[in-house]
Design a protein around this ligand. Sequence first.
Ligand code: TXA
Ligand code: MG
Length: 308
Amino acid sequence: MRLNTQQAIERLNRGEVVALPTETVYGLAASLKFPDAINRIFTLKNRPQDNPLIIHIAHLEQMQPFCLELPQGFDLLANAFWPGPLTIVVPIKPETIPVQVRAGLSTAAFRIPSGPLARAVIEQTGPIVMPSANISGRPSSTQAEHVEEDFGLDFPVLDGGQCTCGLESTIVIFREGEWRIIRQGALSQERIAEVLDISLNTKQNASAPICPGQKYRHYAPRTHLIPTKQIPQDYVGVIVGFTDRQYSRAAKIYYLGSSNDQDEIAHQLYSVFRKLDTDGVKEALMDMNIPDNGIYKTIIERIHKACS
Ligand code: TXA
Ligand code: MG
């Protein structure tokens, strides 16, 4: 069921759950004021209770009631990248935030989305929680149709067309005297490094990572996806690849865009993952001959998760 902005606002203010578009991916939204609606998100997504949610706000003042002293460098990050695809985890006053939102932690994740519809809604509702609008273990939704694939045609969704980024936000935390990326995402490490020193936290404890979501199985298509840097010229099966390459004998090619265009690939990635499954493709070679910097890094990480 497609909603307009006003209807989405009214439903959230009544304590209902709706899907909203953001610049990264679609989110399943509930107002922070309605713990029952927040619980319903976990049920709808089949999401483990120990995986906390991101609080989305429209402007910095909406964060103040929840926060303790903000870590050094927070202002630099917020000024440079908000609104936008960066989520910042900060220490909070736990009693101000429903326990299920923070999964019992003494921190919470915040983001000001730049998607105009999401921000227009949050201006009117106040802070909302929004995990990606997919059943846990499925690819995030990057268009309203994906939300309907997972939650049914009757599910209320504000249709904002295709998300401009197509990958989830990058998540950072200040720990042991340094800023670390704990989930790679739509904002590259290089862009953050223009503002402050940041490391990629690759050493997260697999059973208890700083970012709890990282311990769960991520999307793996039913298709057996085989990543390879060199597609054999005579390969006659299905290929996931790029419009600027020749795969002369392939039976079918799923295009992610041009190999030179990281934004386009990010944009297409989850749609192609979903399409492989709807088409019932059994096996496909995934062309991995792409650079390993910028958003490509996130793309490569998501593909490896999908192949594992
Ligand atoms: O782009 C996005 O971030 C999208 C859109 C809708 O904004 N949202 C999204 O939410 O990807 P979700 O729930 O799919 O992923 C949130 C991630 C989870 O991996 C969770 O573990 C982590 O954020 N997270 C939330 N609170 C945290 C905290 N206090 N400390 C560490 N990680 C946290
Ligand atoms: Mg998610």
